[in-house]
Design a protein around this ligand. Sequence first.
Ligand code: AMP
Length: 398
Amino acid sequence: MAKKTVFDLDVKGKRVLVRVDFNVPIKEGKITNDNRIVSALPTINYLIEHGAKIILLSHLGKVDHKDPVKCEENKKKNNMAPVAVRLQELVNTKVTFVNQTRGAELEEAVKNLNDGEIVLMQNTRYEKGESKNDPELAKYWASLGDLFVTDAFGSVHRAHASTVGIAEILPSALGFLVQKEVECLSAAIDNPKRPLVAILGGAKVSDKIAVIENLLKIADKVIIGGGMSYTFAKALGRNIGTSLLEEDKIELAKEFLEKGKDKLILPVDTNCANDFDNPTEIKVFEGDIPDDFMGLDIGPKTIELFKKELEGAKTVVWNGPMGVFENPTFAVGTIEICKAISELPGAMTVIGGGDSASAAINLGFKDKFTHISTGGGASLEYMEGKVLPGIAIIQEKD
Ligand code: AMP
């Protein structure tokens, strides 16, 4: 069964609570990247055009409720006011910012909403009960609306009052942003056209244990690059020099190698340097890495091997860079793999957020993938085969 979307709701004249992701970077009161606000506009504009009374909720940064001094500092830093200013510039309707997460001023602002207008409330994390999914808080927020729409994909893996609590009470639906995420991730993970090839990279095995485990079950091939590949190389008995190693994960890597057999594809050569911060000697090594060198990118033979393994793939999911891509000298592997995936004919290609998403976007591949996820944590949990509580709670279509 499919989840309801905003199309399934009769929103005219109704108070619609929308959980958006306005967790944007702010420096000295100025938004430095408004991508997340812009991404929420399709749902917001649909609701404006269809005469809903729109109440927007979002978190912004973190608020430490255990330490009163830090709590006040965090609140000052993570004030939603600049977001309201930017939102007002982007929409063709009145935006009222309420510097409250509960109380008379908020209730009054909601009461005064005309059809098609917006109220943006203060940062949901000003409330201690938000991240605990406090039922009393959820009940209060739900009392402000008639309907609930979730459009914050980056937060659906968290069972908070604004992501799950309200949806337990009000009729609910997915916004367009979350709908696209769910459709693409589900097509890639739950119902993939085969062969399904997964490429995993990034720094640590420990961050991606559950992803490797699940993908070894469902993918036809699992390619491993990046910093995490050295723990696998060590498990194979290779010398890895001073490369990134998680000693306590060597046994687990051995288990994965045994389970994965031919499915698991590892690098055959490595681009190495004598120092991370100040590399003066850069060399490619096949197999063993000498004691005084560290692996910072996959080597040219590995790039060719990975490209070959990708040939014919009908679905590709990618999470994690192949090397220290922030340094152009060690970005070659990530760029080449990014390019190879984006050029696969007729394949569905999905990037699971986080560093690989920013790598693909920064390297100019933004429009060359079927989907680049906006939620690192959420898409990782989807790839782990976990249920995302903020989606599970949304009503099914009739
Ligand atoms: P993750 O957040 O787990 O996807 O990891 C991304 C980070 O892994 C990036 O900052 C990369 O610089 C880092 N990374 C990738 N390959 C290596 C490597 N060979 N050595 C050290 N760090 C790496």
